[in-house]
Design a binder for this molecule. Structure first.
Ligand code: A3P
Length: 303
């Protein structure tokens, strides 16, 4: 059992990754029998890396011709209700509902590459991976556990930190998660887009244009001149999402329940500074640098 999960929902180690028990049957079913369609789009992440934001941005971008932004479903639905989380759906017996979704499907997963590879191999589907500074993902997860149901064990941050450094973390180790998808994005850049949360924060407009091109629905000159990209960024921004009524009420997750509001906390880069000493940050940096060494994936050093 992982420290977060003492006396509550345990994770199990499956093919090198710690998978929360509620989702593991779903991940295994997907691995064994789910085949992606050529026009599927997968949004993939290690938890607390910007999944909710990416879901909102991609969904708004891809449905912009269907719904005027002023009356967009994202104003009354949480982003997680707009993009299906496939391990969860499969785990609760809704595989057929996922199969029945009309194309093009937008699906989300926390599966590491090694578990999803057979499902996507040869399909031609597209994948967007969002990565975040592991220090911030850890801090974000630690806060998130305070708000879950069934309750995850509330442990001191230092204990969470130790577990994270050892790779004993839900969906972890984070470095193997990052590496699997990073390498695939280098091999097949036309099909796997690797984004960073920090990049989205710094240049949201440029990145939304980039993802629109990647998914095959680039913004026209007219749309750009009319400020469409900026409007999408605004609709999906932390301030806008946080203030919506739907994101203040409870989410009824079928396995684990989280308040919709718990997906919107600070939304900044570097909140780890409020939780880690410089020594702790350096120690985690060294682990991450060593694990990612030679991959070309860098940029999260605390120095
Ligand atoms: P913090 O806890 O650091 O604030 P995920 O969606 O993968 O669960 O990740 C949640 C993290 O993304 C949280 O980080 C959350 O605040 C942040 N987030 C959610 N929506 C966001 C948005 N629209 N813009 C920026 N960050 C957002």
């Amino acid at each position: 059992t992982l420290p977060f999960e003492k006396g509550s929902v345990p994770s199990r180690k499956y093919q090198g990754f710690w998978y929360p028990e509620g989702f593991l049957p779903g991940a295994m079913a997907i691995q064994q029998r789910f085949k992606a369609r050529p026009d599927d789009l997968f949004l993939v992440s290690f938890p607390k890396s910007g999944t909710t934001w990416l879901k909102a941005l991609v969904f708004a971008t891809m449905t912009r011709k269907q719904y005027p932004l002023a009356r967009h479903p994202l104003l009354s639905l949480n982003p997680h209700d707009c993009v299906a989380y496939i391990e969860e759906r499969f785990a609760i017996g809704q595989a057929s509902k996922v199969e029945a979704l009309p194309s093009p499907r937008i699906l989300s997963t926390h599966m590491p590459y090694s578990l999803l590879q057979d499902s996507v191999a040869g399909s031609g589907c597209r994948i967007i991976y969002i990565a975040r500074d592991p220090k911030d993902a850890l801090v974000s997860f630690w806060h998130f556990t305070q708000k879950s149901s069934p309750k995850l064990n509330k442990i001191p941050f230092t204990e969470a930190f130790e577990a994270f450094c050892e790779g004993k973390f839900p969906f972890g180790p984070i470095w193997d998660h990052l590496l699997g998808w990073w390498r695939e994005s280098l091999k097949r850049p036309e099909k796997v887009l690797f984004l960073k949360y920090e990049g989205l924060l710094e240049e949201p407009v440029a990145n939304v244009k980039r993802l629109a091109e990647f998914v095959g629905c680039p913004f026209s000159e007219e749309e750009e001149e009319g400020g469409m990209v900026e409007e999408i960024v605004r609709l999906c921004s932390m301030e806008s999402m946080k203030s919506l009524e739907v994101n203040k009420v409870r989410k009824h997750g079928p396995i684990y329940q989280f308040a919709n509001s718990s997906f919107f906390r600070k939304g900044v880069k570097g909140d780890w500074r409020n939780h880690m000493s410089p020594e702790m940050a350096r120690r985690l940096d060294v682990i991450i640098e060593e694990k990612l060494q030679g991959s070309g994936l860098t940029g999260w050093s605390s120095q």
